[in-house]
Ligand binder design. Structure first.
Ligand code: PLP
Length: 431
């Protein structure tokens, strides 16, 4: 498989090079030259296949010969080694729980796959590789755990001091070894700006081999297809296809679902569930994407005003607006509605949503109101304990702490405090 850049100015590359580059040199996103067609056996006989087998068969056409079969099978097996259950919330709405991984959010899947691919590709590198990433919360933890102890790779994570939740901060700052947390006295935008400057600094890049673990990397994007297949495997009535609703920010996750659907996974319709940062909703009405500055909300992993994966959605639909509109709807949910939904779903169904899942649940419910008889799945993208303030405000109860978090909450935080200016990052990297 070859990948082209959506800006069309860079040469096509194979999976390995696209994964190492992250962004194409012309600043476009990599996209597969053709979308593989699934074997009919895989779809019709999905219930008989193990999750490992499904994931391997889904990803193999995208990798080609880039990774030996046995190694690839091992990588996908390690990527998905936690449960992703489909849980009934009410008669027509099911939650696909993607928060049972090590950092309690769906980003674990992409980060685990990417770290293992890069570890394999760079194993014979003589120069140490530094993965540089800015995070507003969930990405940093997932990347830290994904790359923890991967030989030959150092990870430097920039996060805005005081602006991530306590659980998120612990996930970034307590691992140690090859994982380094830079606590920036500034905002997430400052962190991102500093990372961008590092990649653009020729002197620095002569001394260090820098790469990014940004969510636009194909090695993070493509494995996100897996759990749409696992959802279908667990879907009881295959004669009535599910509506699939995805809490969306940068639109990488939903875009992976649309890709899976394009290659043959049966899905009735997709819904992008957004908070008030819903530029894609406007796009679906007006036909033009108008980026806006992000507004802070309770579902902060979706506070994105210019979704980077949007161009990939256009590629999947070959820029045919009407085809896209047939397959994708969008809803915009406010913070008040988010809190009310957490409260109501907890009371009526004893199901505890996190703020992102609440945006997903309510969007799906609204869509199904217009289509009685249909049923759907929303992706529960994070564990409620990652966002305790909002959840406790809604239910009046403390969020129970999952056993897997026990040790991390007591571990000591180690971070390096840093000014929100590029020279501080450069000096740190060259220390
Ligand atoms: C990152 C994230 C999202 C948004 O996913 P995108 O792929 O950026 O659309 C939604 N929910 C949670 C909990 C996240 O961490």
């Amino acid at each position: 498989m070859k990948y082209f850049s959506t800006n069309k100015q860079s040469p096509v590359v194979d999976f390995r090079e696209a994964a190492i580059n992250g962004l194409a040199p012309d600043k476009g996103l990599y996209f597969p030259e053709r979308i593989p067609v699934l074997e009919k056996k895989l779809v019709d006989g999905i219930e008989k296949l193990s999750n490992e087998e499904i994931a391997y068969r889904v990803i193999k056409p995208f990798i080609g010969d880039g990774i030996p079969d046995e190694k690839l099978y091992q990588i996908v097996s390690e990527t998905i080694e936690f449960p992703m259950p489909l849980v009934e919330v009410n008669a027509s709405i099911f939650a696909l729980e993607l928060f049972h991984g090590p950092t309690l959010a769906f980003k674990d899947i992409g980060a685990r796959f990417m770290s293992r691919c890069l570890g394999y590709f760079l194993k014979d590198n003589t120069k140490k590789v530094t993965v540089l990433v800015a995070t507003s919360g969930d990405t940093g933890g997932a990347v830290a755990h994904g790359f923890y102890d991967v030989e030959g790779i150092d990870v430097v994570i920039l996060y805005p001091s005081g602006k991530v939740s306590p659980v998120q901060e612990k996930q970034l700052t307590t691992l140690g070894r090859n994982i380094h947390a830079l606590e920036v006295d500034g905002t997430f935008d400052d962190c991102q700006q500093m990372v961008k400057q590092a990649f653009a600094d020729p002197t620095l890049n002569k001394k260090l081999f820098l790469t990014s673990a940004n969510s636009i990397n194909i090695a993070r994007w493509l494995p996100q297809q897996f759990y749409y297949f696992f959802a279908y495997k667990q879907w009881a009535d295959k004669t009535q296809l599910p509506v699939v609703c995805v809490p969306s920010g940068n639109f990488g996750n939903i875009c992976a679902g649309l890709l899976a659907n394009k290659s043959g996974l049966p899905v009735d319709h997709f819904i992008a569930a957004c908070n008030i940062n819903d530029v894609v909703g406007d796009y679906l009405e007006l036909g033009v994407l108008q980026p806006k500055p992000a507004q802070p909300t309770l579902s902060n992993a979706m506070d994105v005003g210019n979704p980077s994966n949007f161009v990939r959605i256009l590629e999947i639909f070959q820029h045919q607006f009407s085809n896209l509109k047939d397959k994708l709807s969008s809803f915009c949910i406010t913070d008040d509605e988010t809190i009310q939904t957490i409260e109501r779903v907890y009371k009526e169904h004893q199901y505890l949503l996190d703020p992102h899942g609440a945006v997903g649940f309510l969007s799906l419910e609204r869509y199904l109101d217009n289509y009685p008889g249909k049923k759907g799945i929303f992706l529960e993208t994070a564990h409620p304990v990652k966002f305790p303030d909002a959840v406790e405000q809604a239910t009046g109860e403390e969020v129970p702490i999952p056993a897997s978090l026990g040790t991390i909450l007591n571990a000591d935080k180690t971070s390096t405090k840093t000014k929100n200016e590029y020279p501080a990052l450069r000096d740190y990297l060259l220390r």
